[in-house]
Design a protein around this ligand. Structure first.
Ligand code: TYM
Length: 332
C-alpha cells in the first residue's frame, strides 16, 4: 500500500469547517486505501508565540477532533510531532542543505513574518518549511494530501529530497503533493472571498467543530449573500451563495448541481435554514465525541504515545540512514 502523510496545526481551540471539509474528511477516506500517517505539528505551532498551557490543551483538543471526526488509530498512525525527536533532528540536517534565498522565497513565511513584524518573527518561523520537509521525508510517503496553500512547502520537500539524494545517494522518496480540489476550499461566511481561517478578524464568519450548535446555526443564517435572490453557483458574482453551496455539498454528499436544482425558485433563507440543520446534525456527534475523549486526557495521551512509538520505528530508520550518509559516527 502507498503511504500518505499529513498534519494540521494545533493553533486554535477548535478546528474549523475548512479544516474539516478541506482536510479531515479526506484523511478519513484515505485511511482505508493507504498506509496513512497523521500528526499534530506542535513544533510548528511554537514558531509564533504560544501560551504553554494553552498549547498543551490545544494539542489534545486537536487530537480529540481528529479521532471524533473519524481518524481511526487502529487503521492509521496518529501522533504528536514533538514526541518523535527525529523530526527536529532531520530538520537540522535539511537546514544545512537549504539555501537562504530558497527559504526566503516561501510565501507563507513572508505573510506570517509581516504579521509578526520583522524584529519579532523568529528564525523558527523562517525555517518552518524545512521542518515540514523533515516531517514528510522521514516517513518516505508517496503522497502528501494538503490544500493549495501548502503546495509550495511540499515542493520544497521534493527539492530537498532530490538534492539530498543526488549529493549523498538514494535516501528519500520524492513525495507527490495531493492537492485537494478547489471545490474543497471553504471561505469565510462574512468575507467569502477570503478562505475560512482561524486568524480571521472576526469569528462571525467561522464555523468551529466544537462551537455550541446554536452559535453554528446563527452564523450560517447570518452568512453574507448578495442582493439577488437566485440560488446558483458563481464564485465570481456570488461568492457568498457559492460558498454555502460548497459547504452544503461537502456535508450532504449531493453535488452542487443537484442542490441548485433542488433550490430553484426558493429563497436564500430556505437554503440557510436547511444548511444550518445539516451542519449541526453532522457536527454535533463529533463535538460530543471529542468532548468525551477530552474527559479522559490520560487515555488520549496513551493513544498518542502509542502512535508516537509506531511513528518512531519508521522515523528512526530513515534518520539513521541519513546520519550515516552525512558522515556522522555510528552510535554504540
Ligand atoms: P494548517 O494547519 O494551516 O492546515 C491544515 C490543512 O487544512 C487545509 N485548510 C483548508 N482547506 C479548505 N478550506 C480552508 N478554508 C482551509 N484552511 C486550511 C490546509 O490546506 C491543510 O491541508 N504547514 C501545515 C501543517 C504541516 C504539514 C506538515 C502538512 C506541518 N507539517 C507535513 C502536511 C505535511 C499547516 O500549517 O497546515
Amino acid at each position: 500500500r502507498h503511504r500518505v502523510l499529513s498534519g494540521m496545526q494545533p493553533s486554535a481551540d477548535s478546528l474549523h469547517l475548512g479544516n474539516y471539509l478541506g482536510a479531515l474528511v479526506n484523511w478519513v477516506r484515505m485511511q482505508d486505501e493507504y498506509d496513512a500517517i497523521f500528526f499534530i505539528p506542535d513544533l510548528h505551532a511554537i514558531t509564533v508565540p504560544q501560551d504553554p498551557a494553552e498549547l498543551a490543551r490545544r494539542t489534545r483538543v486537536t487530537a480529540a477532533q481528529y479521532i471524533a471526526g473519524g481518524v481511526d488509530v487502529e487503521k492509521c498512525t496518529l501522533f504528536v510531532q514533538s514526541q518523535v525527536p527525529e523530526h527536529a533532528q532531520l530538520a537540522w540536517v535539511l537546514n544545512c542543505i537549504t539555501g537562504f534565498g530558497e527559504a526566503s522565497r516561501m510565501t507563507q513565511f513572508k505573510d506570517k513574518a509581516q504579521k509578526q513584524g520583522s524584529d519579532f518573527a523568529s528564525v523558527g518561523l523562517f525555517t518552518y518549511p524545512v521542518l515540514q520537509a523533515a516531517d514528510i521525508l522521514l516517513y518516505q510517503p508517496h503522497g502528501v494530501p494538503v490544500g493549495e496553500d501548502q503546495r509550495q512547502h511540499v515542493e520544497l520537500s521534493r527539492d530537498l529530497a532530490t538534492r539530498f539524494n543526488s549529493r549523498f545517494g538514494e535516501t528519500f522518496t520524492v513525495p507527490q503533493p495531493f492537492i485537494q480540489k478547489e471545490s474543497a476550499k471553504i471561505y469565510d461566511l462574512q468575507n467569502p472571498t477570503a478562505k475560512m481561517s482561524k486568524s480571521a478578524e472576526s469569528p462571525a464568519g467561522l464555523i468551529n467543530l466544537l462551537d455550541d450548535p446554536k452559535v453554528t446555526a446563527k452564523r450560517i443564517k447570518s452568512a453574507v449573500t448578495d442582493a439577488e435572490t437566485e440560488i446558483r453557483f458563481d464564485r465570481e458574482a456570488k461568492p457568498g451563495v457559492s460558498n454555502l453551496l460548497t459547504i452544503f455539498s461537502g456535508i450532504s454528499g449531493q453535488t452542487v448541481e443537484q442542490l441548485v436544482a433542488a433550490y430553484q425558485g426558493k429563497m436564500y433563507g430556505h437554503l440557510k435554514t436547511d444548511l444550518a440543520e445539516e451542519v449541526v446534525a453532522r457536527l454535533s456527534p463529533i463535538r460530543d465525541r471529542a468532548n468525551e475523549l477530552l474527559d479522559d486526557p490520560a487515555e488520549l495521551d496513551r493513544l498518542l504515545a502509542h502512535g508516537a512509538d509506531k511513528a518512531r520505528e519508521i522515523a528512526a530508520a530513515t534518520l539513521s540512514d541519513v546520519y550515516a550518509k552525512v558522515g556522522f559516527l555510528p552510535y554504540g
